[in-house]
Design a protein around this ligand. Structure first.
Ligand code: FAD
Length: 303
Protein backbone atom coordinates (compact mmCIF):
# COMPACT_ATOMS: atom_id res chain seq x y z
CA UNK A 1 0.00 0.00 0.00
CA UNK A 2 0.90 3.66 -0.29
CA UNK A 3 1.73 5.73 2.77
CA UNK A 4 0.09 8.77 1.17
CA UNK A 5 -2.23 8.65 -1.82
CA UNK A 6 -3.17 12.03 -3.29
CA UNK A 7 -6.38 12.25 -5.33
CA UNK A 8 -6.24 15.26 -7.66
CA UNK A 9 -3.33 16.72 -9.63
CA UNK A 10 -3.85 20.47 -9.44
CA UNK A 11 -1.71 22.91 -7.42
CA UNK A 12 -2.94 21.44 -4.09
CA UNK A 13 -2.32 17.81 -5.08
CA UNK A 14 1.09 18.48 -6.63
CA UNK A 15 2.20 20.38 -3.54
CA UNK A 16 0.91 17.60 -1.24
CA UNK A 17 2.73 14.93 -3.27
CA UNK A 18 6.06 16.79 -3.19
CA UNK A 19 5.81 17.43 0.55
CA UNK A 20 4.91 13.77 1.21
CA UNK A 21 7.67 12.41 -1.04
CA UNK A 22 10.26 14.54 0.72
CA UNK A 23 9.54 12.55 3.89
CA UNK A 24 10.84 9.51 2.01
CA UNK A 25 7.49 7.73 2.12
CA UNK A 26 5.61 5.85 -0.61
CA UNK A 27 3.43 8.35 -2.38
CA UNK A 28 0.90 8.07 -5.19
CA UNK A 29 -0.98 10.76 -7.09
CA UNK A 30 -4.09 10.07 -9.16
CA UNK A 31 -5.39 12.82 -11.43
CA UNK A 32 -8.16 12.98 -13.93
CA UNK A 33 -6.26 15.80 -15.62
CA UNK A 34 -2.87 16.80 -14.24
CA UNK A 35 -2.67 20.57 -13.71
CA UNK A 36 -6.34 21.07 -12.86
CA UNK A 37 -7.99 24.46 -13.34
CA UNK A 38 -4.75 26.17 -14.28
CA UNK A 39 -4.89 24.27 -17.56
CA UNK A 40 -7.78 26.64 -18.43
CA UNK A 41 -5.97 29.77 -17.27
CA UNK A 42 -4.10 32.13 -19.52
CA UNK A 43 -2.16 34.79 -17.62
CA UNK A 44 -1.25 34.31 -13.96
CA UNK A 45 0.15 37.41 -12.26
CA UNK A 46 -0.43 36.65 -8.58
CA UNK A 47 1.65 33.53 -8.05
CA UNK A 48 4.07 35.31 -5.77
CA UNK A 49 7.71 35.53 -6.92
CA UNK A 50 6.68 34.80 -10.52
CA UNK A 51 5.66 38.09 -12.12
CA UNK A 52 3.89 36.47 -15.04
CA UNK A 53 3.27 32.93 -16.16
CA UNK A 54 0.64 31.01 -18.08
CA UNK A 55 -1.48 28.14 -16.78
CA UNK A 56 -0.22 25.32 -19.00
CA UNK A 57 3.38 26.40 -18.33
CA UNK A 58 2.82 26.32 -14.56
CA UNK A 59 1.08 22.93 -14.92
CA UNK A 60 4.12 21.55 -16.78
CA UNK A 61 6.39 22.82 -13.98
CA UNK A 62 4.17 21.17 -11.37
CA UNK A 63 4.38 17.86 -13.21
CA UNK A 64 8.14 18.15 -13.65
CA UNK A 65 8.58 18.89 -9.95
CA UNK A 66 6.42 15.90 -8.94
CA UNK A 67 8.15 13.54 -11.38
CA UNK A 68 11.56 14.46 -9.99
CA UNK A 69 10.79 12.21 -7.00
CA UNK A 70 11.23 8.51 -7.68
CA UNK A 71 9.03 7.60 -4.73
CA UNK A 72 5.94 9.22 -6.32
CA UNK A 73 3.74 7.08 -8.61
CA UNK A 74 1.93 9.41 -11.02
CA UNK A 75 -1.36 8.05 -12.37
CA UNK A 76 -2.68 10.64 -14.82
CA UNK A 77 -6.00 10.44 -16.69
CA UNK A 78 -7.56 8.34 -13.93
CA UNK A 79 -10.71 9.32 -12.10
CA UNK A 80 -11.49 8.19 -8.56
CA UNK A 81 -15.10 7.15 -7.97
CA UNK A 82 -15.25 5.62 -4.49
CA UNK A 83 -13.51 6.03 -1.12
CA UNK A 84 -13.86 3.46 1.62
CA UNK A 85 -12.17 3.43 5.01
CA UNK A 86 -11.27 -0.08 6.11
CA UNK A 87 -8.05 -0.83 7.95
CA UNK A 88 -6.48 1.08 5.06
CA UNK A 89 -8.20 3.68 2.92
CA UNK A 90 -9.33 2.29 -0.43
CA UNK A 91 -9.77 4.39 -3.54
CA UNK A 92 -11.55 2.79 -6.46
CA UNK A 93 -10.86 4.22 -9.91
CA UNK A 94 -13.31 4.40 -12.76
CA UNK A 95 -11.28 1.73 -14.58
CA UNK A 96 -12.03 -0.69 -11.72
CA UNK A 97 -8.59 -0.67 -10.05
CA UNK A 98 -8.57 -0.35 -6.26
CA UNK A 99 -5.66 1.54 -4.67
CA UNK A 100 -4.88 1.11 -0.97
CA UNK A 101 -3.14 3.62 1.24
CA UNK A 102 -2.52 4.35 4.91
CA UNK A 103 -3.56 7.96 4.33
CA UNK A 104 -5.35 9.80 1.53
CA UNK A 105 -5.25 13.49 0.60
CA UNK A 106 -8.27 14.66 -1.38
CA UNK A 107 -7.47 17.59 -3.67
CA UNK A 108 -10.08 17.26 -6.39
CA UNK A 109 -10.59 21.01 -6.76
CA UNK A 110 -13.65 22.74 -8.10
CA UNK A 111 -15.21 24.05 -11.27
CA UNK A 112 -16.93 27.35 -12.02
CA UNK A 113 -20.61 27.03 -12.78
CA UNK A 114 -21.18 28.15 -16.36
CA UNK A 115 -24.16 30.28 -17.43
CA UNK A 116 -24.45 28.16 -20.54
CA UNK A 117 -25.29 30.91 -23.04
CA UNK A 118 -23.91 31.31 -26.58
CA UNK A 119 -20.53 33.07 -26.52
CA UNK A 120 -19.51 31.92 -23.04
CA UNK A 121 -17.18 29.13 -24.10
CA UNK A 122 -16.19 30.82 -27.35
CA UNK A 123 -14.95 33.95 -25.56
CA UNK A 124 -13.45 32.29 -22.45
CA UNK A 125 -10.17 34.12 -21.79
CA UNK A 126 -11.19 36.56 -24.57
CA UNK A 127 -13.31 38.74 -22.33
CA UNK A 128 -15.22 36.07 -20.42
CA UNK A 129 -13.63 35.61 -17.00
CA UNK A 130 -14.46 33.86 -13.73
CA UNK A 131 -11.96 35.18 -11.21
CA UNK A 132 -11.93 38.91 -10.37
CA UNK A 133 -8.79 38.58 -8.19
CA UNK A 134 -6.99 37.07 -11.17
CA UNK A 135 -8.35 38.86 -14.21
CA UNK A 136 -9.79 42.14 -12.85
CA UNK A 137 -6.65 44.17 -13.68
CA UNK A 138 -6.87 43.06 -17.34
CA UNK A 139 -10.01 45.20 -17.65
CA UNK A 140 -8.59 48.43 -16.22
CA UNK A 141 -10.51 51.41 -17.61
CA UNK A 142 -12.93 49.16 -19.52
CA UNK A 143 -16.63 48.28 -19.14
CA UNK A 144 -17.62 44.93 -17.67
CA UNK A 145 -20.67 43.00 -16.55
CA UNK A 146 -20.92 40.67 -13.57
CA UNK A 147 -23.46 37.88 -13.95
CA UNK A 148 -24.83 36.92 -10.53
CA UNK A 149 -26.03 38.98 -7.57
CA UNK A 150 -25.07 36.64 -4.74
CA UNK A 151 -22.21 37.35 -2.35
CA UNK A 152 -19.48 36.41 -4.82
CA UNK A 153 -21.07 38.46 -7.62
CA UNK A 154 -21.47 41.57 -5.48
CA UNK A 155 -17.99 41.21 -3.98
CA UNK A 156 -16.67 40.94 -7.53
CA UNK A 157 -18.62 44.02 -8.62
CA UNK A 158 -17.29 46.09 -5.68
CA UNK A 159 -13.75 44.88 -6.35
CA UNK A 160 -13.99 45.55 -10.10
CA UNK A 161 -15.58 49.00 -9.65
CA UNK A 162 -12.26 50.19 -8.23
CA UNK A 163 -10.39 49.09 -11.35
CA UNK A 164 -12.68 49.28 -14.36
CA UNK A 165 -14.63 52.15 -15.88
CA UNK A 166 -18.12 50.73 -15.34
CA UNK A 167 -19.73 47.59 -13.91
CA UNK A 168 -23.19 46.27 -14.77
CA UNK A 169 -24.52 43.60 -12.42
CA UNK A 170 -27.03 41.23 -14.00
CA UNK A 171 -29.20 39.25 -11.57
CA UNK A 172 -31.74 36.66 -12.69
CA UNK A 173 -34.01 36.99 -9.64
CA UNK A 174 -36.10 40.09 -8.83
CA UNK A 175 -33.77 40.81 -5.86
CA UNK A 176 -30.04 40.56 -5.13
CA UNK A 177 -29.17 37.72 -2.79
CA UNK A 178 -25.96 39.17 -1.36
CA UNK A 179 -25.64 40.24 2.29
CA UNK A 180 -27.10 43.68 2.94
CA UNK A 181 -23.74 45.23 3.93
CA UNK A 182 -22.42 44.30 0.50
CA UNK A 183 -25.51 45.66 -1.22
CA UNK A 184 -25.18 48.94 0.68
CA UNK A 185 -21.54 49.23 -0.29
CA UNK A 186 -22.46 48.51 -3.90
CA UNK A 187 -25.15 51.17 -4.11
CA UNK A 188 -22.67 53.76 -2.79
CA UNK A 189 -20.53 53.28 -5.89
CA UNK A 190 -21.08 55.71 -8.76
CA UNK A 191 -19.89 53.48 -11.59
CA UNK A 192 -22.13 50.46 -10.95
CA UNK A 193 -25.54 49.69 -12.47
CA UNK A 194 -27.68 46.82 -11.20
CA UNK A 195 -30.18 45.10 -13.49
CA UNK A 196 -32.50 42.65 -11.71
CA UNK A 197 -34.97 40.13 -13.04
CA UNK A 198 -32.78 39.74 -16.11
CA UNK A 199 -31.80 36.56 -17.90
CA UNK A 200 -28.51 36.64 -19.78
CA UNK A 201 -29.16 35.30 -23.26
CA UNK A 202 -25.87 35.79 -25.09
CA UNK A 203 -22.32 37.07 -24.80
CA UNK A 204 -21.51 38.74 -28.09
CA UNK A 205 -18.23 39.48 -29.81
CA UNK A 206 -16.08 39.03 -32.86
CA UNK A 207 -12.56 37.93 -31.88
CA UNK A 208 -13.24 39.07 -28.30
CA UNK A 209 -16.24 40.14 -26.22
CA UNK A 210 -18.06 43.31 -27.34
CA UNK A 211 -21.31 43.04 -25.41
CA UNK A 212 -23.94 41.11 -23.53
CA UNK A 213 -27.62 40.52 -24.23
CA UNK A 214 -30.27 39.89 -21.61
CA UNK A 215 -34.00 39.41 -21.48
CA UNK A 216 -36.05 41.55 -19.12
CA UNK A 217 -38.07 38.77 -17.48
CA UNK A 218 -41.06 41.02 -16.88
CA UNK A 219 -41.45 42.55 -20.35
CA UNK A 220 -39.68 39.73 -22.23
CA UNK A 221 -37.77 42.40 -24.13
CA UNK A 222 -34.17 41.69 -25.17
CA UNK A 223 -31.58 44.38 -24.39
CA UNK A 224 -27.95 44.62 -25.45
CA UNK A 225 -25.13 46.38 -23.58
CA UNK A 226 -21.77 47.20 -25.17
CA UNK A 227 -18.81 46.24 -23.00
CA UNK A 228 -15.43 44.53 -23.03
CA UNK A 229 -15.64 41.95 -20.27
CA UNK A 230 -18.04 39.56 -18.54
CA UNK A 231 -17.39 37.99 -15.14
CA UNK A 232 -19.50 34.91 -14.47
CA UNK A 233 -20.15 34.66 -10.72
CA UNK A 234 -22.87 32.09 -10.25
CA UNK A 235 -20.96 29.71 -8.04
CA UNK A 236 -17.94 27.47 -7.65
CA UNK A 237 -18.84 23.79 -7.45
CA UNK A 238 -16.43 21.48 -5.56
CA UNK A 239 -15.65 18.12 -7.23
CA UNK A 240 -16.81 16.15 -4.21
CA UNK A 241 -20.11 14.55 -5.30
CA UNK A 242 -18.48 11.10 -5.18
CA UNK A 243 -17.80 11.54 -1.44
CA UNK A 244 -21.43 12.13 -0.50
CA UNK A 245 -22.30 10.38 2.76
CA UNK A 246 -18.69 9.31 3.39
CA UNK A 247 -16.96 12.53 4.35
CA UNK A 248 -18.51 15.52 6.04
CA UNK A 249 -19.09 18.42 3.66
CA UNK A 250 -20.76 21.81 4.17
CA UNK A 251 -23.93 22.92 2.39
CA UNK A 252 -21.87 24.03 -0.61
CA UNK A 253 -20.41 20.53 -0.90
CA UNK A 254 -16.97 21.63 0.32
CA UNK A 255 -15.03 19.13 2.46
CA UNK A 256 -14.75 20.37 6.04
CA UNK A 257 -11.14 20.37 7.23
CA UNK A 258 -9.34 21.44 10.39
CA UNK A 259 -6.10 23.40 10.57
CA UNK A 260 -4.04 20.28 9.74
CA UNK A 261 -6.20 19.43 6.75
CA UNK A 262 -7.89 16.49 8.54
CA UNK A 263 -11.40 15.49 7.49
CA UNK A 264 -13.98 13.63 9.59
CA UNK A 265 -12.52 10.27 8.47
CA UNK A 266 -9.28 9.36 10.33
CA UNK A 267 -6.35 9.19 7.89
CA UNK A 268 -8.19 11.14 5.20
CA UNK A 269 -7.04 14.70 4.60
CA UNK A 270 -8.10 17.33 2.08
CA UNK A 271 -6.63 20.46 0.52
CA UNK A 272 -7.33 23.20 -1.98
CA UNK A 273 -10.51 24.31 -3.71
CA UNK A 274 -12.46 21.15 -2.75
CA UNK A 275 -12.33 22.20 0.92
CA UNK A 276 -14.10 24.86 2.96
CA UNK A 277 -11.09 27.20 2.77
CA UNK A 278 -12.18 30.83 2.73
CA UNK A 279 -10.48 31.76 -0.54
CA UNK A 280 -9.67 29.78 -3.67
CA UNK A 281 -6.35 30.63 -5.28
CA UNK A 282 -3.26 28.80 -6.56
CA UNK A 283 -0.96 29.95 -3.79
CA UNK A 284 -3.58 29.13 -1.15
CA UNK A 285 -4.16 25.65 -2.60
CA UNK A 286 -0.45 24.94 -2.62
CA UNK A 287 -0.16 26.02 1.00
CA UNK A 288 -3.03 23.80 2.06
CA UNK A 289 -1.57 20.87 0.07
CA UNK A 290 1.65 21.23 2.05
CA UNK A 291 -0.35 21.41 5.29
CA UNK A 292 -2.33 18.26 4.45
CA UNK A 293 0.85 16.33 3.59
CA UNK A 294 2.47 17.33 6.87
CA UNK A 295 -0.79 16.45 8.65
CA UNK A 296 -0.80 13.03 6.99
CA UNK A 297 2.85 12.46 7.93
CA UNK A 298 2.07 13.36 11.54
CA UNK A 299 -0.82 10.88 11.46
CA UNK A 300 1.46 8.14 10.08
CA UNK A 301 4.05 8.52 12.80
CA UNK A 302 1.38 8.44 15.51
CA UNK A 303 -0.57 5.44 14.20
P1 FAD B 1 -7.84 22.12 -9.23
O1 FAD B 1 -6.91 23.02 -9.89
O2 FAD B 1 -9.29 22.21 -9.54
O3 FAD B 1 -7.34 20.62 -9.50
C1 FAD B 1 -8.13 19.52 -9.18
C2 FAD B 1 -7.47 18.25 -9.67
O4 FAD B 1 -8.26 17.12 -9.28
C3 FAD B 1 -7.35 18.12 -11.19
O5 FAD B 1 -6.17 17.42 -11.50
C4 FAD B 1 -8.58 17.29 -11.55
O6 FAD B 1 -8.44 16.61 -12.80
C5 FAD B 1 -8.57 16.31 -10.41
N1 FAD B 1 -9.82 15.60 -10.11
C6 FAD B 1 -11.06 16.09 -9.90
N2 FAD B 1 -11.92 15.10 -9.60
C7 FAD B 1 -11.19 13.95 -9.59
C8 FAD B 1 -11.50 12.58 -9.34
N3 FAD B 1 -12.73 12.16 -9.00
N4 FAD B 1 -10.49 11.67 -9.46
C9 FAD B 1 -9.24 12.05 -9.79
N5 FAD B 1 -8.89 13.33 -10.02
C10 FAD B 1 -9.86 14.26 -9.93
N6 FAD B 1 -5.85 31.37 -9.13
C11 FAD B 1 -4.82 32.21 -8.93
O7 FAD B 1 -4.18 32.17 -7.87
N7 FAD B 1 -4.42 33.08 -9.91
C12 FAD B 1 -5.04 33.15 -11.13
O8 FAD B 1 -4.67 33.96 -12.00
C13 FAD B 1 -6.14 32.26 -11.36
N8 FAD B 1 -6.83 32.30 -12.54
C14 FAD B 1 -7.84 31.41 -12.74
C15 FAD B 1 -8.48 31.42 -13.99
C16 FAD B 1 -9.46 30.50 -14.27
C17 FAD B 1 -10.11 30.50 -15.63
C18 FAD B 1 -9.83 29.54 -13.27
C19 FAD B 1 -10.88 28.49 -13.58
C20 FAD B 1 -9.23 29.55 -12.03
C21 FAD B 1 -8.22 30.49 -11.75
N9 FAD B 1 -7.59 30.53 -10.51
C22 FAD B 1 -6.52 31.37 -10.32
C23 FAD B 1 -7.97 29.62 -9.40
C24 FAD B 1 -6.98 28.44 -9.30
O9 FAD B 1 -6.84 27.85 -10.59
C25 FAD B 1 -7.47 27.41 -8.30
O10 FAD B 1 -7.62 28.03 -7.02
C26 FAD B 1 -6.50 26.25 -8.15
O11 FAD B 1 -6.25 25.62 -9.39
C27 FAD B 1 -7.05 25.22 -7.18
O12 FAD B 1 -6.15 24.14 -7.10
P2 FAD B 1 -6.63 22.72 -6.61
O13 FAD B 1 -5.43 21.84 -6.74
O14 FAD B 1 -7.30 22.82 -5.30
O15 FAD B 1 -7.78 22.25 -7.63
Amino acid sequence: PYDVLVVGGGPAGASAAVYAARKGIRTGIVAERFGGQIMDTLGIENFISVKYTEGPKLAASLEEHVKQYENIDVMNLQRAKRLEKKELVEIELENGAVLKSKTVILSTGARWRNVGVPGELEFKNKGVAYCPHCDGPLFEGKRVAVIGGGNSGIEAAIDLAGIVKHVTVIEFAPELKADSVLQERLTSLANVTVIKNAQTTEITGTDKVNGISYKDRETEEIHHIELEGVFVQIGLVPNTEWLDGIIERNRLGEIIVDKRGSTTVPGVFAAGDCTDSAYKQIIISMGSGATAALGAFDYLIRN
